[in-house]
Design a protein around this ligand. Structure first.
Ligand code: PLP
Length: 449
C-alpha cells in the first residue's frame, strides 16, 4: 500500500483528541504502524518501548495471536446485535466475570463504550436513583482539581484539569471541585497527617456548604492519573468514604486507569485502598486496549432502591456490551490470570518505583511519584517544585522527543511525563526503560541550558 501521502491526509482530515488549533494541519505526528509485546514500531520501522502503555491500557501487551483469534471468532459468529432487547452469551459471561472480581456487592455491570461514557452512566444512575427516591434536588457532584473523568459533557463537567476547562462549556452548576490533593503542595512544614485532615475537611466542608440534601456523589480516581499520577495522602479514600456515609453521599471510584492490574489487583479500591465504593467505573485495561469498552459497576444496595419501580433507566449505547469487545475482555482476563500478571505487577513494582525515584537526582526534575506501574516525572526550568504548571509547557514534549530518539515513547503532559507500561514488562525492560528516560531527561536539561 502506498503510504506516501498519509501524513498529509492525517493533517487534512483527521481531527485528533485535544487538537491544538495553533498547529492544526501542521503537525508531524509519529505514526505507530505495528506493535509487539511492550514495543511499538514507528513508520520508520524503529522499535520503541511503549512507556504510556497506549494510554494506560495495553495490560497484556501487543500482538497476542490468541486475542486476535478470540475477537475474530466472535466476529465470525456474532459481530453485533442490539443490547437493548436482546443479549448474547459472551457479554453475559464477561459481566459475571467482572462481578466476581469487583469489590463487595458491586455485582451490576452496565457496559459502555469507554471511560467517559462509564462516568456519564454512573452520574446518570445516581441522578436516576435520587429522582426515584423522591429527592430530585440531590444532584451535585463533588470532584477534585486535576481530576480527569472524561470527555462527554457530563464527564468533562466533573473533570478538574484547569487547562481543559477554558474552551468548552460545562455544566458548572453540577460540579464542585475540591483543592489539589497532591502532598507536594502542602504548606511548608505541614505534616502529611495534617495535610490528610485538611483534605478530608475540604470534602466535609464542601458537603456542608452545598447542603447534604443537594449533594449526590463524590467522584475520585484512586490515584489521579492524567492529572500527573497524584497519590493522595495515606488513609484519604477511607476517610472520604466515611464522610460520604455520614452525609448520605455516594462514592464513585473512577478506576478507569487503576482497575485490571495497573496497581497489581483487579480493582484498587478494596484491595489497595480499603474501601468499598457505591459505584466503580472502569474501561481501558478491561480489554487491554484491543477493543473499546467501559463499564459502570453498581452495588446491589443501590440497585435494590430502584428495582421493581415503574421506571426505566433510559441510558445506553448501540455498542453497550459489544460482543467482540466482550470476547477481547474475557480473553485478556484469562491471559492476566494464566500468566499471573497481577502477582507479576506486585513483584516488579518496587523495581519500577525505585528506578523512578532515582530520576529525582536530575537537575530539571522537581518531583517523582507513583504507585504500582504508574509513574510521573515532574520537571521545572527553575528547579522549584512549587512552580507547578507555570510556563514550562514544552518540557514534556522535549523529553518525549529526546526519549524517542533513544527508543522510548513517553506521554508528555505539560511539564511532566507519565509512565504506565504494559503489565508484562520484565525487570530488565524496566531498567532499560528508565535508562533511556534518564538519558532523555539529561538531554532535555542540556537543551534547556
Ligand atoms: N476516567 C479516567 C480516570 C481516565 O483517565 C479517563 C481517560 O483517560 C477517562 C475516565 C475517560 O476514558 P475514555 O477516554 O475511555 O472515555
Amino acid at each position: 500500500m502506498d503510504n506516501s501521502n498519509v501524513k498529509h491526509w492525517d493533517n487534512d482530515h483527521f481531527l485528533h483528541p485535544w487538537e491544538g488549533m495553533a498547529t492544526l494541519g501542521k503537525n508531524d505526528r509519529t505514526f505507530i504502524e505495528g506493535a509487539s509485546g511492550i514495543h511499538v514500531m514507528n513508520e520508520k520501522g524503529e522499535r520503541l518501548i511503549d512507556g504510556p502503555g497506549g494510554m494506560w491500557c495495553t495490560q497484556i501487551g501487543y500482538g497476542r495471536e490468541e486475542m486476535a483469534e478470540a475477537m475474530a471468532e466472535q466476529a465470525r459468529n456474532l459481530a453485533y446485535f442490539s443490547p437493548f432487547n436482546n443479549s448474547n452469551s459472551t457479554t453475559a459471561r464477561f459481566a459475571r466475570e467482572i462481578a466476581k472480581r469487583a469489590p463487595g456487592d458491586l455485582n451490576n455491570v452496565f457496559f459502555t463504550t469507554g471511560g467517559s461514557t462509564a462516568v456519564d452512566t454512573a452520574i446518570r444512575f445516581v441522578h436516576f436513583r435520587n429522582n426515584l427516591l423522591g429527592r430530585p434536588e440531590k444532584k451535585k457532584i463533588i470532584s477534585r482539581q486535576k481530576a480527569y473523568h472524561g470527555s462527554t459533557f457530563l464527564a468533562a463537567s466533573v473533570s478538574g484539569k484547569e487547562r481543559d476547562r477554558h474552551w468548552l462549556d460545562k455544566a458548572d452548576d453540577l460540579a464542585h471541585f475540591l483543592p489539589d490533593v497532591n502532598p507536594l503542595y502542602r504548606a511548608p512544614g505541614q505534616s502529611e497527617e495534617s495535610f490528610l485532615k485538611e483534605k478530608v475537611s475540604d470534602l466535609e466542608n464542601a458537603i456542608v456548604a452545598l447542603g447534604p440534601e443537594n449533594v449526590a456523589a463524590f467522584i475520585a480516581e484512586p490515584v489521579l492519573a492524567s492529572g500527573g499520577v497524584i497519590v493522595p495522602p495515606k488513609g484519604y479514600h477511607e476517610s472520604c468514604l466515611n464522610i460520604c456515609k455520614k452525609y448520605d453521599v455516594l462514592y464513585i471510584s473512577d478506576e478507569v486507569v487503576t482497575a485490571f492490574g495497573r496497581l497489581g489487583h483487579w480493582f484498587a479500591s478494596e484491595t489497595v485502598f480499603g474501601i468499598q465504593p457505591d459505584i466503580v467505573t472502569c474501561a481501558k485495561g478491561m480489554t487491554s486496549g484491543y477493543a473499546p469498552m467501559g463499564a459502570a459497576i453498581i452495588s446491589d444496595r443501590l440497585i435494590a432502591d430502584v428495582a421493581g419501580k415503574d421506571a426505566t433507566f433510559s441510558n445506553g449505547y448501540t455498542y453497550s456490551g459489544h460482543p467482540v469487545s466482550a470476547a477481547a475482555g474475557l480473553k485478556s482476563m484469562e491471559i492476566i490470570e494464566r500468566e499471573k500478571l497481577l502477582e507479576h505487577v506486585r513483584r516488579v513494582t518496587p523495581i519500577f518505583q525505585d528506578q523512578l525515584q532515582q530520576l529525582g537526582q536530575i537537575d530539571i526534575v522537581t518531583d517523582v511519584r507513583g504507585m504500582g506501574l504508574m509513574g510521573c516525572v515532574q520537571c521545572s526550568v527553575d528547579g522549584d517544585p512549587q512552580s507547578d504548571l507555570g510556563c514550562d509547557y514544552e518540557i514534556g514534549s522535549q523529553i518525549d522527543i529526546e526519549c524517542q530518539k533513544r527508543g522510548l515513547l513517553v506521554r508528555p503532559v505539560i511539564n511532566m511525563c507519565v509512565l504506565s507500561p504494559p503489565l508484562i514488562i520484565s525487570e530488565s525492560e524496566i531498567e532499560q526503560m528508565f535508562d533511556v528516560l534518564r538519558k532523555g531527561l539529561e538531554a532535555t536539561s542540556t537543551w534547556l541550558s
